[in-house]
Design a protein around this ligand. Structure first.
Ligand SMILES: Cc1cc2nc3c(=O)[nH]c(=O)nc-3n(C[C@H](O)[C@H](O)[C@H](O)COP(=O)(O)OP(=O)(O)OC[C@H]3O[C@@H](n4cnc5c(N)ncnc54)[C@H](O)[C@@H]3O)c2cc1C
Length: 401
């Protein structure tokens, strides 16, 4: 059983692997490494696990990806979410799987072939539940949509879950693993064999393996080991709005407006809604991101276009019903994460570079462990870090990222 501590100074200790970062990605990585027989230490600088980007997310998962490498990871992760208790070996963890689907909608005629092609591609990649829905059928199945909605892609298997419960599920189910919170990594020590130790503000951990799961801080951790990682951090906001239950369409999916990049989904007691601003500038990694005073109004305005019931929400809303929060997406040159060992520095492994780390976390953590233990050859891992140096970089074309 994983042990979660607020650390006292621990002096000098040893581990087979140190995971930097106790978000959902770090917890999954620790679980899989410990399952592979390693003694693992997770170091998290904040008061609790799952409290930075993971807590800022809208907690959704989807399999609708047009890129094979992303689809593969998403499909594998979905299977693990669906069988989470069996996968982690604990019964009393309830991750709140809600499979109501992702619905990507357009009201632009010229986009319709793109959606149709995307669904063909999903099928080729094994996402056989994906549907292309148009016209009357679309409105019959999703009556809350505005009449101008023309076409959509939909997969009923997509949805959302509790990231808190999932992160703690991985942590509690980890075998020989200790999670130190309120403990910050300050240095990575290298010797002639590569990684030799991880220095924290509470002590030093001697180890030959470190996994960088530091979310928006991943480039800083990479730099500690002498690696310049091509990562960009960009603020993303979301708002929770308290709404009377009779206003929110019953059983609605996660709905994305592909034209203005807004989205919403039901949430206990109300809705979550947001939009992805492609002009949002890069911002340095931060634990204290500001939110924009007009983000909720802009989100509601955008979401209302294809979801007119939001106008009713807007009519009734008072400021105290709204909570806006922010986290950071991390983008790599091809908008895909980096997973596995970094060939430049022996012993440095990566599991970072995510704008979609919640939905990929189960399979990504397993991949780190599989490669570290020789079950998988890193050359067969399309998300290896060396793809950038090899020039094997193809910018993804998936919707909404
Ligand atoms: C508004 C918004 C909506 C999103 N919606 C979704 C979604 O629906 N689905 C999805 O899949 N993804 C979504 N994401 C992205 C998702 O939240 C992230 O990709 C995911 O949480 C990354 O998890 P992580 O564990 O890598 O990072 P984090 O949760 O940020 O964890 C990294 C941890 O590393 C710790 N750390 C950093 N530096 C150090 C150090 N020096 N020492 C010790 N600890 C350190 C941090 O404190 C942090 O806790 C969303 C993000 C935002 C902002």
């Amino acid at each position: 059983m994983g042990r979660i501590f607020v650390a006292d100074n621990f002096g000098t200790i040893t581990a087979d692997a140190v995971v930097v970062g106790g978000g959902i990605v770090g917890a999954s990585t620790a679980f899989w490494l410990s399952k592979a027989g390693m003694k693992v230490i997770v170091v998290e600088m904040r008061d609790a696990l799952s409290s930075l980007t993971t807590a800022a997310s809208v907690e959704c998962f989807r399999t609708q990806f047009t890129e094979q490498d992303m689809a593969q990871l998403a499909i594998e992760s979905l299977g693990m979410f669906e069988n989470f208790n069996e996968v982690i070996g604990l019964d009393d963890i309830h991750i709140g799987m809600t499979q109501r689907g992702y619905l990507f909608v357009t009201d632009e005629v010229k986009m319709i072939p793109e959606l149709e092609d995307a669904v063909k591609r999903y099928h080729e990649l094994g996402v056989t539940d994906a549907e292309f829905i148009t016209g009357e059928k679309l409105h019959k199945r999703f009556p809350f949509l505005a009449s101008q909605a023309l076409a959509a892609t939909y997969n009923k298997k997509d949805g959302w879950l509790s990231t808190h419960e999932t992160t703690y599920g991985f942590a509690k189910a980890s075998l020989d693993a200790t999670f130190y919170t309120k403990t910050k990594v300050t240095e990575i020590v290298l010797d002639s064999k590569g990684v030799a130790a991880v220095v924290t503000d509470r002590g030093t951990i001697q180890t030959r393996m470190v996994v960088n799961c530091a979310g928006p801080f991943a480039a800083i951790i990479g730099k500690m080991a002498g690696l310049q990682m091509p990562l960009k951090t960009v603020r993303r906001q979301k708002c929770y709005i308290k709404v009377a239950a009779d206003i929110v369409p019953k059983d609605a999916p996660f709905m994305v407006d592909l034209v203005n990049h807004s989205y919403w989904r039901p949430e206990a007691g109300g809705v979550l809604c947001a939009w992805v601003d492609s002009d949002e500038p890069e911002s340095p990694p931060s634990e204290n991101l500001p939110t924009d005073w007009d983000f909720a109004a802009e989100s509601i305005h955008r979401v209302s276009r294809l979801n007119p019931f939001f106008e009713t929400i807007a009519d009734k809303i008072v400021a105290s019903d709204i909570n806006v929060s922010a986290g950071q997406y991390v983008y790599t040159p091809d908008d895909k994460p980096v997973i596995g060992p970094c060939t430049e520095i022996e012993g440095l492994h990566l599991n970072c570079g995510y704008w979609c780390g919640v939905m990929m976390s189960p399979a990504a953590g397993k991949r780190v462990a599989d490669i570290a233990t020789g079950k998988m050859d890193n050359r067969d891992n399309p998300l290896r870090y060396s793809r950038f140096a090899e020039g094997a970089v193809e910018k993804g074309s998936t919707f909404l990222k």
